[in-house]
Design a binder for this molecule. Structure first.
Ligand SMILES: [Zn+2]
Length: 176
């Protein structure tokens, strides 16, 4: 879906200026994708039963419903001149499996994942939680972005606490 952008290798002046403004010059961004399936329901104790129903609709059903989530984890760093890599890709895959996929895959998030006992497991909150699962485990590079697709047409981006998102991030994009 980003084929056009990838084949156009020339960096336009406006793009270079934007990268410089974001402190991105000279940095490598590496993304690994993983999938997991999980079920959840939405209910806010801060709202009445009627308000929950109105806001969340079918998603308020306490028996839950499932999604096949697609997770993209982007790390950034400099290229190590000895390995030619930003980080050991096998290590990234292993950390992602151990810290995130094994914890969330085939779980009823509200009941089985302690982080969501008191936090509504929306895609937004899942994205923040995944950041906090991963960030302390990445020693050799920095976590740049968590992108989580709830469906192919809906995703959420999170760039960590206290960081502004670059323009155009986190927007739902119609497939072409
Ligand atoms: Zn849902």
């Amino acid at each position: 879906m980003e084929g056009k952008a990838l084949s156009d290798r020339a960096v336009k002046p406006a793009e270079a200026a934007e990268q410089a403004a974001n402190g991105r010059q000279g940095m490598i961004y590496l993304t690994r994708r993983a999938e997991f399936s999980a079920s959840h329901y939405y209910h806010s104790p801060a709202l009445s039963a009627e308000e929950n129903q109105r806001l969340y609709g079918k998603c308020n059903n306490p028996h839950g419903h499932g999604h096949n989530y697609v997770l993209e984890v982007t790390v950034r760093g400099a290229i190590d001149s000895r390995s030619g890599m930003v980080m050991d890709l096998k290590q990234l895959k292993e950390i992602l499996r151990r810290e995130v996929i094994d914890v969330l895959d085939h779980r009823f998030l509200n009941e089985e994942v302690p982080a969501f006992r008191h936090v509504i497991p929306t895609t937004e909150n899942l994205t923040v939680e995944i950041w906090h699962m991963l960030a302390p485990q990445l020693e050799f590079c920095e976590l740049d972005r968590i992108r989580l697709y709830e469906t192919p047409d809906l995703f959420v981006d999170y760039f960590g606490p206290g960081q502004a998102a670059p323009p155009g991030a986190g927007q739902t994009r119609a497939k072409d």
